[in-house]
Structures are given as C-alpha cells and as structure tokens.
Design a protein. Structure first.
Lengths: 211, 254, 266
C-alpha cells in the first residue's frame, strides 16, 4: 500500500512534482499542510485531509439552513466559519428560520463570505451531518456511492460538500447508520465495495422474508 | 523543598534519568468529542487536555483581524492540579502563559487562510510536576492538527536547563528547586528548527547556553516523534469491511 | 450563530418526546451508561473521572488547614465548586461562573452537606485553632448534558476515596504523607429529570436540556432519605410528577451505588 498518513509539516517529496491540494513548497521541497493521507507514488503531490471544517469553494453544492431573516434577505448557515447570504429577490417564495435549502457557491469574497446561487428549498426530510472533509466519499467516483445509498434505502438524497446530507422518505434510519459508517471509514480502501456488499445482502434478506 | 544532589558526581539524576532523557510521554488525540480537535497528554506526572474550537467567528468583533485568523490560547489549571490548591480563575501566570502559547502556535498556523476568524485553543492542566506549559503546547499542537487546521509544521516543545551542576533535559520539580536551577521552556518548528517559544529563569553563561539550546532542540525533536505517532495512531489504514457495517446497523437496531 | 440549526434539532427532540421517544432510543426512566475512574490527579487528596453517556467530568479534592468559624469552633467545612470549561463545548465561555455553573455547584453541595454525609466534627484538628477545610472542584471536560448527576457522582466517589494529609505538631501539612480518610456517613446522589413535550425523562442529554420546559433534581441517600431538591429552568410540575421523580430518584441512585460498589469505588 502506497498510501500513508501525514501530519502538518511532514515532507511529501523532495523532487519537483505537480502540486495538488493541501501542500506547500519550501526550499524546493513539498510538505503537507494538514493531517491527512497522501500517496507518494502519485504524480501529483496531494493530501486528502482526514479532519477539517468546510471551506467554501466556487461551484460547490451545499446544504444550508436559514439562520437569520432580515428585510433584505436571509442569512444562511453553511456549516462553516464563512457566513453566507441570499437576497430576497433570489427566492421565488419566502423562506423561514430553520428552513433547509440546497444551493451552489457562486464565489467567496475577500472577507470570506460565500455568495450562493440556485437556491432551492428542501422540504420535509432530515439533515444528517458528517465530517465535512469526508463528504466526497458519500458521492464516490461518478456518483457510485450515492447511487448505492439511494437504491439501498429508497431515499431521495442530496449530498452537500459542506458535511451535510439531506434525505427524504425511504429507510432514513438505515441511511443514518450507513452514513456514519462511511464517515468513520472514509480513509479506508474498498469502501464502496463494502457498502455494495452490505446492500446486496440486505436485499437478499428482505427478499427472503417476502417469500 | 530542596533536595541535595551533585549530578557531576552521580552521573544520574534524582529520578534515575540520563541528562538528555525525557520523562515518559504519552499522547492521545480525539479525546473530547465536542471539540473540533483535541488531545490528552501525560508527561511525567503532568496530565493535560487540549481542545480546539474554530476557525469560527471572532467575537467580540473588535478582536477580529481582516487579514488573518487570531489564535487564542487559554491556559488554565484545575484547583487540584497542584500541591497547594489553586484558587479558581486565571491568575497573572495563566495570562502570561496563554499569551506566549498563542504566539507560538500562531507561527505555525496558516492564519492568512482564515481572515476574520478566531481559532480557540483551550488547554487545561489537571495534574502537574514541572513543565506544564510545554506539555500544553505539545498537546495543543496535536489538537490543532486533529482539527484539520493547516500548519507549516507541528510545534514541538520541551523544558531544558541546568540543575545540580549539569545541563539537563526536561527538569522535574525537584530539579526546578535546585539551588543552581535554570529552567528554559523552548519550542521549535522541527523542520527549520525555528524557535517559537523561549523563556528563561535563572543564571546561565553564554557557553552553557550553547549546550542548552542544542539539548533543547534535540528534546523537541523527540517530542515531535511522539506527536506524530499519536496522530498516526488515530487511523488504521486498511480495508473497509462489510461485516463491520452489518454489526453497526444491527447493534444500533437493538 | 448556529441557532437555527439548534432550533431544528430542539423541535425534533420535542416531537419525539410527545410520542414518548428519546433521540438516543433510551426509555424515559433510563440513565446513560456510567463509567467511573479514580486517582488520576496525584497532587490531589482524591480525584475521580466520571463518564455519563458522552458527558465527562473531572473532580478533585484539596484540603487545607484553616481556622474554624467563631460559631462552630470544633467543625471543619467543605466547599463545592463546578465549572463548565470552555474546553467542553463550543457554547461554554470562560470568565466568571455562569448562573448555571453556580446552580450546579450549590445543588451538589447541598446534596452532600444537608445529608450530613460528612461529620464536620471529624474534620476538627484542634478545637478553636485548626480544622480541615475541604475543597471539591468539579470540571466538565465534555458537555453533553446533566453536569448535575455526573458531578454528584464524581463528588461522592472522590470523597469516599480520599486520603487526608498527615499534620505535624504545629498543625502544618506534611507533604507526601497521609493518615486516614474522610468517612462518609451516608451516600447521597443526585438524579436529574427534565420535562420535554410533556414527558419526564431521567438523565437529560445536552439536547434534551435545551428542549426542556422544566428541570428537577433530587438527592437521595442509601438509607431512604432525601437530602436536597431543586426545581430549575422555569416551567412547572404537578405533585404527581414530583412524586414520580422522587420515587425514580431512589431507584436510580440505588442502581448507581450498586454499580460503584461492584467496582469497589464505594
């Protein structure tokens, strides 16, 4: 296994390489900025963080919760130190404190406020939280993990990059447990297969019960 | 209470350590679930907890810096952590230590990445025997890493100095009470050996200082290895197993 | 900041409570798992770490030689303090003790003091001149609800497993030497309840405390006495509800003492 855990300031490579995320260069050498996982054989020097808050980036899909209602619009909690705001004009209907919305980050300004676009209200359903930096694992390569979750629980699911998942109908209790498992095992290999196996076995069980 | 000793003669310390030997040091990260990052550290008799909350909105607003995150350390000791009860509430020593620890950690954190925010670092000493501030600094550094906060290096710290005629690493309380004691808390960024914390109490010659700083840096690097191990131990690489998921779902159903 | 998120979570707790259910699946009268360890603070005359569900508290005892009060020349004294460290929750702030911290301190203190669990005359060193003053300091390390009960257990176990320092002819403490311990005459423990969505739940979690309409704590002893009661947090209880909670208090603390005795901590 070429993957290894690295800590802040740990040397990743003393050769020139393409630079990915969460690394920095000092005197010609590349170091990790964070506590995370890197693959030294990778052509790009990149570290996937094991822990961390959500840091808003352009184009990210996020799940926000209405935090504040003022005349001009709505303050939205996107699970980050960065605040965000949606002007009243951007919403077709009024929304209230506590409402859950899906939106896209349009940009982040100099004082680290995120501007949101395409806000859409997510009605009913529940919000499940996971460690923000592990959100990508819930989607998987080409959405493979998300498909497994939707088929396996029959839930309508929306995954935000900001450590929040919204789900409606289906077996939400089961979904919560699987999401927790993915959160706790996000750094392990074979994760998608393990989840796929699990749902296959579940299906056999329920089919067995039916007959 | 002063004990009598002569290290030049005995070649061993009061607690049988070598001059360049640290007291036993153990660290565990991720121990306070409510915090974003945390660590528990035992160093000799010292026992400390560190918890990180942030980056979060800097409050009160006037403390915010529009260019970078403010790293705010609060160093406290429980009333029962010392031989004679410490009255509740921060005293001036707590305030000074909080300040120098904040400055040390701020050197390591990529603070420009989080303008207008505060990174709250809380360290609590629950049992002590010399060197609690460097114990807290070592723990705080682990807690920051555990919180996923980007840093250019860990902050590795130790006490170093002189006691009973010899230059020694990691003084214990008996050594701090020696008639010729010199106590020097020191912390570095291990890659560059830049010093980010340095204080001194006592009388030292320039020649002794040259020996002390080398010994201190050596000690810090030993502490760094323990910090690294503690973080690595939080996660065990390997394969995700279906049966673990099955147990999790089953166990929670009951 | 996160108030709207909190509001949604609180609503969920209340909705479930109306159906008689709790978020963590516990029964209404069920306490969270309890784990107790002693002796971590070597500089203290006694210490305990209590984990109640996800709430973790540390307690430590320090004793000093003091002069007795003029109206009780042959009695020592105790003082109980509790602090919710900012370490323990994003919401906890440092600074002067909050009203909540003061309430927790005083209710735990009352449970011990009023039960006469400690005979203050036994804390007398020399009448009129020297007495023991015992300070019990409790700190929350991870705040997930019910510092009252976690703190109460920590206080009891700390006293029960304490060691008194030796004193010399001049009534000064001899460092590093011990002689005897504080002997508890009875074993009072708190049980705390909240009313959420009209239902009464034992041992509230953090979210249940936030969703509560009212709170109640009662200290009960191993010999069938009640030694303290505290209604907190506003709201109201019927007489029947209070009777239920007192009954549950006796049952609950009986279970706790049994577990602690089994682990040789009491």
């Amino acid at each position: 296994m070429t993957k290894q855990i690295v800590i802040p300031g740990e040397l990743i490579s003393d050769e020139r390489k393409r630079l990915g995320s969460n690394v920095f260069v000092s005197e010609g050498k590349i170091y990790s900025k964070v506590f995370g996982i890197t693959d030294k054989q990778n052509e790009t020097a990149d570290v996937v963080p094991l822990e961390g808050q959500y840091i808003p980036r352009s184009e990210d899909a996020v799940i926000g919760i209405v935090d504040r209602v003022i005349f001009a619009g709505y303050g939205i909690d996107i699970n980050s130190a960065a605040k965000s705001f949606i002007p009243k004009s951007a919403m077709r209907n009024e929304i209230r404190l506590g409402d859950v919305i899906a939106a896209k980050i349009q940009g982040v300004n100099e004082v680290k406020e995120a501007e949101l676009t395409y806000p859409k209200v997510l009605s009913r359903g529940e919000v499940i939280e996971i460690t923000p930096v592990r959100s990508p694992r819930l989607i998987g390569k080409n959405g493979s993990m998300l498909n497994l979750l939707q088929e396996g629980t029959d839930s309508e699911i929306f995954v935000g990059k900001n450590g929040r998942v919204w789900a409606r109908e289906g077996n939400i209790e089961l979904l919560k447990k699987v999401v927790k498992f993915i959160d706790e095992n996000s750094y392990k290999s074979n994760l998608t297969n393990a989840v796929e196996e699990f749902f296959k076995k579940q299906k056999v069980k329920t089919n067995g019960k039916k007959s | 209470m002063e004990k009598k000793a002569d290290y030049k003669k005995s070649k061993k310390r009061l607690d049988d350590r070598k001059m360049d030997e640290l007291r036993p040091l153990k660290i565990k990260v991720g121990v306070i679930p409510n915090a974003e990052g945390s660590a528990y550290l035992e160093w000799g008799q010292n026992k400390v907890y560190a918890a990180v909350y942030g980056p979060r909105e800097a409050l009160p607003k006037h403390t915010a810096n529009s260019l970078k995150a403010v790293v705010k350390v609060e160093y406290r000791m429980t009333a029962f952590s010392v031989p004679e009860r410490k009255r509740p509430g921060p005293n001036r020593r707590d305030q000074e230590i909080s300040k120098v620890l904040s400055e040390a950690l701020a050197e390591a954190v990529f603070v420009e990445q989080f303008p207008n925010t505060e990174i709250g670092v809380y360290v609590e000493v629950v049992d002590s025997n010399a060197g609690s501030r460097v114990a807290c600094l070592a723990a705080a550094s682990c807690a920051l890493a555990d919180a996923g906060i980007p840093m250019k290096d860990m902050v590795a710290a130790t006490g170093v100095g002189k006691a009973y005629g010899e230059l020694v690493l990691d003084l214990n309380k008996d050594e701090e009470d020696a008639p010729d004691a010199v106590d020097i808390p020191i912390a570095i960024l291990p890659n560059s050996e830049e010093i980010v914390l340095l204080q001194m109490d006592g009388l030292l010659t320039k020649k002794e200082w040259e020996g002390v700083v080398r010994l201190g840096i050596k000690g810090c690097k030993q502490v760094y290895e323990v910090q690294k191990k503690a973080l690595q131990e939080k996660f065990v690489l390997g394969e995700a197993k279906t049966k673990d998921l099955e147990e999790k779902v089953k166990g929670a159903k009951e | 900041m996160r108030s709207a998120v909190l509001e949604n979570d609180i609503q969920r707790v209340i909705e479930l409570a109306r159906k008689g259910e709790r978020v963590d699946g516990r029964k209404a009268d069920e306490m969270r798992p309890l784990k107790v360890e002693i002796g971590f603070a070597e500089n203290a005359e006694g210490s305990a770490k209590v984990t109640l569900g996800e709430t973790v508290v540390l307690a430590g005892l320090k004793v000093e030689v003091g002069t007795p009060y003029p109206d009780s020349q042959d009695e020592g004294s105790i003082s109980v303090g509790a602090e919710a460290l900012p370490l323990a929750h994003a919401e906890y702030e440092s600074g002067r003790p909050s009203a909540y911290e003061v309430e927790v301190s005083r209710v735990i203190d009352r449970g011990l003091r009023e039960s006469k669990a400690i005979d203050f005359k036994e804390l007398c060193i020399k009448e009129g001149e020297a007495v023991w003053v015992a300070y019990l300091d409790i700190y929350a390390l991870n705040g997930q609800g019910n510092l009252f009960d976690a703190g109460s257990i920590a206080a009891l176990v700390t006293f029960q497993n304490s060691k008194m320092p030796k004193i010399d002819k001049e009534n000064k403490i001899v460092k590093g030497e011990y002689s005897g311990s504080i002997k508890l005459k009875r074993l009072p423990l708190l049980t705390t309840f909240v009313k959420v969505g009209g239902k009464i739940f034992t041992d509230p979690s953090y979210m249940e405390e936030k969703a509560a309409e009212a709170r109640f704590s009662v200290a009960t002893t191993d010999d069938d006495y009640m030694s303290a009661m505290q209604k907190g947090h506003g709201g109201s209880f019927t007489v029947d509800e209070v009777n239920y909670m007192i009954e549950e208090g006796f049952k609950n603390t009986e279970k706790i003492r049994k577990q602690l005795k089994k682990d040789k901590l009491l």
